[in-house]
Design a protein around this ligand. Structure first.
Ligand code: PSU
Ligand code: MN
Length: 306
């Protein structure tokens, strides 16, 4: 058997990939562990609609029935949004979950892996995982960063949340040789906020520019991902002080309650939503829609030159 035997790609996506049409990968952990039910159901279909409206094909990825599924139907999407048994799958979980035919949602890490297996080069998410605050003691560094070091996928993300140490996350990406491009900005966005005070490597302003950098990197045999940091639209950007206070509180609560390992990020996301009375969730959805839109445009530009 080879890895293709573990892949299940919908006919629509397969045809699109074979004929060089633009396809955008989407993760399922954002649905299963990053957003509350039932709001995630509307999000899941809207984000796919946005990609279609831009002329690209959405490919939400998940693990089910011993396969990496690329493209979910509406029942499967609903299951990702509503089933509490859905496991959060990082790189280390993948073989176990496939061999035992469990149902699991893919993080940025495993969505990159699934996309690369299928031949999809562009992936839209909300925010990536990174180096957690206090990582010097806890060693909590998301596997997402390692994945960028060796898997050839461009990820469109609104930077990362300040539940993470943004400065250390950028240092780690530098060590791993990962280009960090700011889309229309010189700064690494901080998820809910369009600025963070940290600089990206380079500013890029058009999908064509991004596509050219992708092609050049991979033509050169420089394996690994690219992070396209796309700021939340300014009208949805939240007040730094307000959101930072909620984040500080959530980080403190996680520590008090002894939350560890892969439970940390979902705990922080849910706690921040509660502490902000849901207002952070509106921003969360808008930035993800915006990332989907940009990813579709980049996938289109890349399809013209690849
Ligand atoms: N950050 C968010 N929303 C998310 C996640 C991160 O703002 O939904 C999810 C993504 O799937 C990401 C994962 O890949 O959490 C990282 O988890 P960990 O920190 O356990 O590596
Ligand atoms: Mn972690």
């Amino acid at each position: 058997m080879n890895y293709q035997d573990y892949l299940s790609i919908t006919p629509e996506i397969k045809e699109a990939l074979e004929s060089g049409k633009p396809v955008v990968a989407l993760e399922s952990t954002i649905l299963a562990h990053g957003m509350p039910y039932p709001e995630n159901v509307e999000f899941a279909s809207k984000v796919e609609e946005i990609i279609r409206a831009e002329g690209a094909i959405p490919a939400t990825i998940a693990i089910m029935d011993g396969k990496v599924k690329v493209g979910l139907n509406s029942d499967e999407l609903f299951r990702m949004c509503s089933d509490k048994e859905v496991i959060k799958a990082s790189r280390r979980d993948m073989a176990y979950l496939l061999a035992t035919k469990k149902i699991a949602a893919t993080t940025v890490t495993t969505t990159m892996i699934g996309a690369a297996m299928a031949g999809i080069k562009v992936f839209a998410t909300g925010g990536i995982g990174g180096v957690h605050r206090g990582a010097a003691e806890t060693m909590d560094i998301s596997a997402d960063l390692q994945e960028f070091a060796h898997t050839d996928v461009l990820v469109v993300s609104a930077g990362c949340k300040s539940i993470l140490d943004i400065g250390l996350t950028l240092e780690y990406l530098e060590t791993m040789g990962v280009p960090v491009l700011g889309y229309g900005t010189t700064e690494m966005p901080a998820f809910y906020c369009d600025t963070s005070g940290y600089k990206v490597d380079y500013q890029v302003d058009t999908p064509e520019e991004v596509a050219n950098i992708m092609k050049t990197k991979w033509d050169l045999g420089l394996n690994g991902g690219i992070l396209l940091a796309n700021p939340i639209p300014h009208e949805y950007s939240m007040d730094h002080e307000y959101i930072d206070a909620a984040i500080d509180k959530a980080v403190e609560m996680a520590k008090e309650q002894g939350i560890k390992g892969k439970a940390t990020t979902p705990f922080l996301l849910a706690t921040i939503k509660d502490l902000t009375g849901g207002s952070s969730f509106d921003s969360n959805k808008e930035l993800a829609y915006n990332n989907a839109r940009v990813a579709a445009k980049v996938a289109y530009a890349y399809s013209k030159i690849a």
